[in-house]
Design a protein around this ligand. Structure first.
Ligand SMILES: [Mg+2]
Length: 187
């Protein structure tokens, strides 16, 4: 049985940001709000998914801050604008966790380390990782999900060797799959 069929309202959703919610800059960072571009359908998809998961988190590695390429305030501004657009569409993000550390620093809080998942669990003890879904566009995201015991969904429109419990072309496809399943089981 696919985990899609098991999703209940008390499940939690973890979303990667770049490449899932917004266009991932190639070899660069989203350094200010004007660099941020929502992927087509992402806002609507989050609005839909917010109805199926009681907790919706964003977990994002943002090393650009650690490298000094952007200020923490710029990251905050990007996230508050992102939240505003999602809220206006009827969506809801419970909390955004960003790791701004550099690679290879100690303690390692960047994905694939489950650090941000554990941080969420401290703040929201009702989270059950076996009843959680991690959505991302890279191997690192899938490892993060697996390291925390979550179900994993890879967003990829190309052929890929990355393993995941489910592969979708975008967030809207996931929202539609869940929506279809929820309608079926409510019959
Ligand atoms: Mg990504």
């Amino acid at each position: 049985m696919s985990f899609i069929e098991q999703i209940k309202p008390d499940w939690s959703l973890f979303l990667d940001r770049d490449g899932v919610i917004n266009v991932r800059p190639v070899n660069d960072y989203v350094k200010c709000w004007s660099d941020f571009e929502f992927l087509p359908g992402a806002i609507e998809a989050i609005a839909s998914l917010s109805g199926y998961f009681h907790l919706v988190f964003v977990v994002t590695n943002q090393q650009g801050v650690g490298k000094g390429l952007m200020k923490p305030e710029a990251l905050q501004e990007i996230h508050s604008n992102m939240m505003k657009h999602i809220n206006e569409a009827g969506g809801r993000l419970t909390r955004i966790y960003s790791c701004t550390c550099l690679q290879n620093t100690f303690p390692d809080c960047r994905k694939p380390s489950p650090f941000m998942a554990n941080q969420a669990k401290v703040e929201f003890p009702q989270i059950n990782f076996r009843h959680s879904v991690m959505v991302g566009d890279t191997l690192t995201d899938m490892q993060f999900g697996k390291n925390s015991g979550m179900h994993t969904v890879l967003v990829s429109s190309d052929e890929t060797n990355i393993e995941a419990d489910l592969i979708v072309s975008d967030l809207m496809e996931l929202a539609e799959l869940i929506s279809k399943q929820q309608k079926k089981s409510s019959k």
